[in-house]
Write a protein that binds this ligand. Sequence first.
Ligand SMILES: O=C1C=CC(S(=O)(=O)O)=CC1(O)O
Ligand SMILES: [Fe+2]
Length: 341
Amino acid sequence: MPVPAPDVVRAADAELAVTDLPRARRFWVDALGFVAIEEDDEVIYLRGYEEFLHHSLVLRKAPEPGLRRLAYRVRTPEDVQRAKEFFAAKGLPTQEVPAGTTRGIGEAVRVEDPLGFPVEFFHHAEHGPRHVQRYDLRRGAEPARIDHFNVLTPDVQAAHDFYAELGFRTSETIEDDDQLYAAWMFRKPTVHDIAFTGGAGPRLHHIAFFVPESHHILRACDILGATADHAHIERGPGRHGVSNAFYLYLRDPDGHRLELYTSDYYTGDPDHPTSRWSVQDPRRRDFWGHDVVPSWYREGSTAFGLDGKPKPLVHPPVSEETVHVGADGIGVATEAQLQQP
Ligand SMILES: O=C1C=CC(S(=O)(=O)O)=CC1(O)O
Ligand SMILES: [Fe+2]
């Protein structure tokens, strides 16, 4: 008898290890405008202006930077137990997490998914004040809410198939006749809650936050330029082919990548079709055909397992970067180049 999957509502929370908390705060709060809802010398809890749960991102001081967990909200308290049973039935590591282990989050279960990522499922969460119309407080890029996770994994097909078992549907792919190079999958009725980028993994590629309008992305660029922090800008601003979203990728002081993202589209009908892009289409990742910088394909954040240790990397046989020639202008990256950490 198959164990039923938990009813996942959406990507809801994540925790990043950062090596210098005041430096991280200057970037995430002072420059980008995230709301620090609670903080001390060890940890900062951040949220967007539209959010009402306690937080949607935790920055925790640590000797080494990395991803400590990706967290999904599930629909009922019973779905937390269902998640435990679903992953345990597959022989995957699971950990019960008492309420309050993360401020504002009730009892949860932490697992390692088959890709090697630390993933948490929770239901109960404290509500905090919504700042959606506190225009007197809104600053920086005015981040609204957490939108999705993107992870680097050597086998996108296997990742896709597992998350389909978990009840995620597929909005877009990048593929050719031989393989699936990337996939975007959702539970909430937008383009994705999780995306898989082919590459050495398990590593976090980025966490994305929705901003209200494209001008908030331009403002983030202007703010970083004004403070001579322009080196944090990695890729964009631009228009994605996949998702049709307007985007900007930034790297925080520890190298963690975040995406500011807006104006993707609704996917809530039961027969929503999957949009399939050819890996040879130069508009797939940037609709205007702009290059994808090599670091965007090659670099990511270390993932820590449930034991707190860095997960060893598995390299893919073929990477999108080595296949695609054209708008990316990269041509065929050498194996040595791809081995860069
Ligand atoms: O959110 C996203 C939507 C689209 C793209 S891509 O660069 O257009 O593939 C990347 C992304 O996963 O960050
Ligand atoms: Fe993204």
